[in-house]
Design a protein around this ligand. Structure first.
Ligand code: CP
Length: 314
């Protein structure tokens, strides 16, 4: 099937067919990742800039691994080691990089809208690796992939997204992506951690009662409490938050026998997620999500740079 996107910035620009193409391509790349020599020449001669202006473990490392496994050349760039600390503007920085005839920029930035701005001023392909509180589309894709691998079908699944919705860029991509794929989405959060207009999230239901919502859910997606983005105190203390909104072992009896636990990472253990649930051998797919990060990012790089899912050079 034709894949006609230059950028991956806003998941709402992608159809269910586009998303399925990415998931199926990611699955194809699994066999590359399970060989002894985990590399194919598919993107030989392609230059990808990883511009990370905010901390990252999973997204940054999995993009780098994905690029290496596809034989692309990577330039790792960003943060306090660049000329932006001398006052260089974003546009001048991007134009400088593009003068090297690079092909793609992967960008993480604390400001919402930076990936779109880069796409507007450069001729390069752009992937949003997380911008402010706005979007994180490859996170949503790896989440969908991980759930799809276990459940077999996304359509009709009941997914609860729990916790710090108001500060979450993961939600900005995940909720629309789940809806595009036919899931029923419930947002579960204290009112102080919801945006002012929860209706614009696009979820089917919004509630503050985790215990009431849990028995219905096929997937429980726990969000990180983003203390670095708080202004004031949205809950009295972490213990109370864990008591009311944490996925604790005491709550497991409320879950369906086959309900899955997801988390984008990094986890605040003992806050939104107790260790016994984060490491639950049957329910937790958190490390599968991490692995899916490489597969989905290989697929996104490959498809955006002109590949088709029926012609992988493996
Ligand atoms: N999930 C996620 O974006 O993690 P990192 O901040 O470690 O990249």
């Amino acid at each position: 099937m034709a894949f006609n996107h230059k950028h991956l910035i806003d998941i709402t620009e992608y159809s269910a067919d586009d998303i399925m193409t990415i998931l199926e391509t990611a699955k194809t790349f699994k066999q590359v990742n399970e060989r002894r020599i985990k590399q194919v020449p598919t993107l030989k001669g392609v230059t990808v800039v990883n511009m990370f202006n905010e901390p990252s473990t999973r997204t940054r490392s999995s993009f780098e691994i994905a690029e290496k496994r596809l034989s692309a050349d990577s330039l790792n760039f960003g943060g306090s080691s660049t000329a932006t600390v001398k006052g260089e503007s974003l546009v001048d920085t991007v134009e400088t990089l593009c003068a090297y005839k690079i092909d793609m920029i992967i960008v993480r930035d604390k400001h919402a809208g930076v990936p779109r701005k880069i796409a507007d001023v450069s001729g390069a392909h752009v992937i949003d690796a997380g911008d402010g509180k706005h979007q994180h589309p490859t996170q949503a894709l790896l989440d969908l992939y991980s759930i799809w691998e276990v459940k077999g079908d996304l359509n009709g699944l009941k997914v609860g997204v729990v916790g710090d919705i108001g500060h979450s860029r993961v939600c900005g991509s995940l909720i629309p992506a789940l809806k595009i794929m036919g899931c029923e989405v419930t947002v579960i959060a204290p009112p102080t951690l919801l945006p002012a207009r929860p209706d614009i999230l696009g979820a089917d239901h919004v509630t503050s009662n985790l215990n009431e919502a849990l028995p219905e859910l096929d997937v429980v997606y726990m969000l990180r409490i983003q203390r670095e983005r708080f202004e004031g105190a949205p809950y009295p203390n972490l213990r109370e938050y864990n008591l009311l909104y944490g996925l604790t072992k005491d709550r497991e009896h409320l879950m369906k026998p086959d309900a899955l636990i997801c988390h984008p990472g990094p986890i605040n253990r003992g806050v939104e997620l107790d260790s016994l649930m984060a490491d639950h051998p049957r329910r937790s797919i958190i490390l599968d999500q991490v692995y899916a990060g490489v597969l989905v990012r290989m697929a996104a790089l490959y498809l955006l740079l002109g590949g088709s899912n029926d012609g992988i050079d493996a």
